[in-house]
Design a protein. Structure first.
Ligand code: KG4
Ligand code: ZN
Length: 372
């Protein structure tokens, strides 16, 4: 199974056979976005265009196979940045058509969960899963990833955990991507220095819901207060205290979900799961509660192609039918299962506006009709 991932700023390709990672290629355009403080979709898409073929070649070479030995292709169809997703989907269609093999359009977040299979073997029949990425924070109950619907126990009502790290990094003058730079700054800080709030942990709050935008605002107020008072900002202390507030909320809610669901396994995935303090605190809490914690190695937590290949491999082995060349990018698709449903084709609307004849001197009509 060849997996292709281009939903954000990582161009990933991976080759998986029967739950075993054979090879992968990974390129990142993060450096190109650093001066903007966040991912610029068009810049990411152009980087994917140049990197996708070399990364597929790198994965195939690392696996020591030839492209003609690929039996199926899986690609992230959503969620993600629209122009970025389209590059991966177009490339995956080209490979699937040229090799005459099935094509699966898969859900990026289900890929984050599936990648753990490569490291720790098949998932148990049911587990609680905490997904903490740049765009999503959810507590889920997972069964068979290939067939069962994903049950959402709770989601964030505003910012995702990774998004909070990225925004707080900006507030503290730390470079993009924010998660690694905040956690690096936090190494020298005191996590108890600032008593930041633990959002959504009150008696009237949704037990498994999350909210990180208020926490980010609390950090912003703290930064402003220091500036107004002419005090130097203790960046390491603020970073460590913010990080501990996020970790504390994630650990408490994930553990409670396991206890309430009677789950003996917690799966923690997504970019923020690469965070060392989160891994250590979750490990400690799970050990105390007799829960098995499964977390992929940090390099498999952030976006990569192996996770998409791992999920595609589960679908093939589960006998799931591929959508084939009807696969299309769906940038805002919710997580309901492993696949991304192909939206029904519209009979009437042309994909692009029909050309409009403009009378000489009439100017360009508003609305961009006729634009490519
Ligand atoms: O899963 P991912 O690679 O991409 C998405 O699907 O969003 O997650 C990226 C997010 C970013 O917000 C990044 O700042 C965060 O994961 N992240 C971290 C760490 N490494 C990446 N957050 C905290 N600590 C880290 N070490
Ligand atoms: Zn991701």
């Amino acid at each position: 199974m060849l997996g292709i991932e281009t939903s954000c700023d990582e161009t990933g390709a991976g080759l998986v056979r029967d739950g075993v990672l054979l090879g992968e290629g990974l390129a990142s355009s993060a450096d190109e976005h650093a001066r903007f403080g966040g991912v610029v979709p068009e810049v990411a898409a152009r980087a994917h265009v140049s990197a996708v073929v070399p990364m597929v070649r790198a994965a195939v070479d690392a696996a020591g196979v030839s492209l003609s030995e690929v039996d199926a292709v899986a690609v992230t169809a959503g969620p993600g940045l629209s122009p970025a997703l389209h590059v991966g989907v177009a490339a995956a269609k080209a490979y699937a058509a040229a090799l005459d093999v099935p094509l699966y359009g898969v859900h990026h977040l289900a890929g984050h969960a599936a990648v753990d299979v490569l490291e720790h073997g098949p998932l148990p029949p049911r587990c609680v899963c905490l997904i903490v990425s740049g765009g999503h924070t959810s507590l889920l109950s997972l069964g068979d990833l290939a067939h069962d619907p994903v049950e959402h126990l709770g989601d964030t009502v505003d910012d995702a955990a990774g998004e909070a790290f990225d925004k707080v990094a900006r507030l503290l003058g730390l470079p993009y991507p924010g998660g690694p730079s905040v956690s690096r700054a936090a190494l020298d800080g005191d996590p108890a220095a600032v008593a930041f709030p633990r959002p959504m942990t009150g008696p009237r709050d949704a037990v498994f819901g999350f909210s990180f935008s208020g926490l980010k605002t609390a950090v912003a107020r703290h930064v402003e207060a220091a500036q107004d008072a002419g005090r130097a900002l203790p960046v390491a202390d603020v970073a460590a205290s913010f990080q501990m507030a996020v970790v504390d909320v994630l650990v408490r809610k994930a553990l409670r979900a396991c206890v309430e669901r009677g789950a003996d396994t917690l799966l923690m995935v997504g970019g923020v799961a690469a965070n060392r303090v989160l891994r250590a605190e979750m490990e400690r809490a799970c050990a105390d509660a007799g829960i098995t914690l499964r977390v992929p190695a940090p390099r498999l937590c952030t976006d990569n192609g192996a996770m998409i290949a791992a999920l595609g491999d589960l679908l093939v082995r589960g006998g799931v039918a591929p959508a084939g060349l009807a696969t299309t990018a769906v940038p805002t698709v919710a997580l309901s299962g492993a696949g991304v449903p192909v939206p029904p084709a519209s009979g009437e609307a042309a994909e692009f506006p029909l050309p409009v004849t403009v009378a000489p001197g009439a100017g360009v009509p508003s609305g961009g009709a006729g634009a490519p």
